[in-house]
Ligand binder design. Sequence first.
Ligand code: ZN
Length: 122
Amino acid sequence: MSTSLVAAPFVAGLAEGKILVQRCADCGQSQKLARYACTACGQASLAWGPAAGTGTVFAVTLVSRPPEEAFRSLVPYALALVDLDDGGRLMGHAPAELRIGERVRAEVFEFAGRHLVRFERA
Ligand SMILES: [Zn+2]
């Protein structure tokens, strides 16, 4: 799994147990994905800062076929796409019975030497 350079601070944050979002220093807008420039004002003044990790479930999907061998012991597992209160949309592992619209909180867990996001009901 490769990590794009622009999202590297996010991955580094996970290793410290932190959920980070990217915000524009000029207008304060949070970015939904890691970007090189602000989607609201176009300035390249994006900085990474901590997020509360709370949010609302936008979508849930069940994964029954592992994307790679390391994940075989985890399947089946759910992945949730969550709109963070601090802005941005984040994907992470989740309880299979989670529903769209539920309130969740993100935490970081370690699996196969990687730091991954998991959502639990808030
Ligand atoms: Zn901006």
